[in-house]
Design a protein around this ligand. Structure first.
Ligand code: SF4
Ligand code: SF4
Length: 141
């Protein structure tokens, strides 16, 4: 037996249960706080762009279009380049970015790993016109 390395271990393993899971036939639940597929909530976003600034691989982009009374803002997340570091979520004060437990992200088209959301950001109201202060001329003519 000594001349055939691992033969004993190999034979013993034939009678043991496999230590791997039968994915995808038997899906495995991801643990709590797993950083899987991103969900973006445009209704909570204010378009501050902080998430973009902390994203090292530049996976987040912001598209701004002028519309009546404000701006139409589209935030896009490219999970093909994302490292799932969660910095964007951690820095978003509005809780507009969420990570799910979804880890199965095998796709045929790269575009299927892109998620985006659009919202309208209204312009702030214009300040009211105030009367100019009257400055008295104290100089004697
Ligand atoms: S997702 Fe959050 S951090 Fe990013 S622009 Fe929106 S509000 Fe700002
Ligand atoms: S998880 Fe990290 S890499 Fe992915 S979009 Fe957010 S900041 Fe960028």
């Amino acid at each position: 037996m000594g001349g055939i390395p691992y033969l004993k271990d190999g034979l013993l393993n034939l009678f043991k249960k496999p230590i791997t899971s039968r994915f995808p036939e038997v899906p495995v639940e991801a643990p709590e706080d797993y950083r899987g597929k991103i969900v973006f909530h445009p209704e909570l976003c204010i378009g501050c762009g902080l998430c973009m600034r902390v994203c090292s691989p530049a996976s987040i982009t912001k598209d701004v279009k002028a519309v009546e009374g404000g701006q139409e803002i589209t935030m896009t997340f490219d999970m093909a380049s994302c490292t799932f570091c969660s910095m964007c979520r951690d820095f978003c004060n509005k809780k507009a970015i969420e990570f799910t437990k979804e880890y199965n992200m095998v796709v045929e088209n790269k575009e299927d790993l892109v998620i985006s959301g659009t919202f309208i950001k209204k312009l702030p109201p214009k300040p009211l016109a105030t009367a100019k202060p009257v400055v008295e001329n104290t100089k004697e003519k």
